[in-house]
Write a protein that binds this ligand. Structure first.
Ligand SMILES: [Zn+2]
Length: 138
């Protein structure tokens, strides 16, 4: 009487290589949530596809997001943008959907670095409202 040996193809080991598990921890979005509202962040996700880069890094980004310019200058620690929403939010160091959209569009490590300094009350990052019309198409 011999037992039938079960198929042993499913031995453990390779399971974790599947990468099926979603990454819940997204440092960039966690930081963005600190400086914008959930609804606005959801709108920012839709702006990502509309970002047009005039200069795309590595330490200066000039982009049009829905026809509003966003200038992100790492060397000067400065972010300039001019939509109405941003002009109101900038005093609170909060971000509009365009800026959040740009930060979602660029390299994640850079965005995290910028956001960490924006959310830091002692941070030296400059948020500046500007009124120039963007170069992008609306
Ligand atoms: Zn804006």
């Amino acid at each position: 009487m011999t037992k039938p040996s079960p198929g042993e193809e499913q031995e453990g080991g390779a399971a974790e290589a599947s990468g099926a598990s979603e990454r819940e921890r997204d440092a960039r979005r966690e930081l963005l949530a600190l400086c914008t509202e959930t609804k606005r962040l959801a709108r920012a996700e839709k702006e990502v596809a509309k970002v047009e880069f005039l200069i795309d890094g590595p330490d200066l980004w000039i982009a049009a997001v829905s026809s509003y310019n966003v200038v992100l200058d790492l060397k000067a620690s400065r972010l300039q943008h001019g939509c109405r929403d941003f002009q109101g939010e900038v005093r609170e160091r909060r971000l509009c959907k365009h800026v959040a959209g740009l930060l979602l569009a660029i390299d994640e490590a850079v965005a995290v670095r910028v956001l960490e300094r924006i959310v830091d009350p002692a941070g030296d990052w400059h948020l500046e409202a500007m009124v120039a019309r963007g170069f992008g198409k609306s």
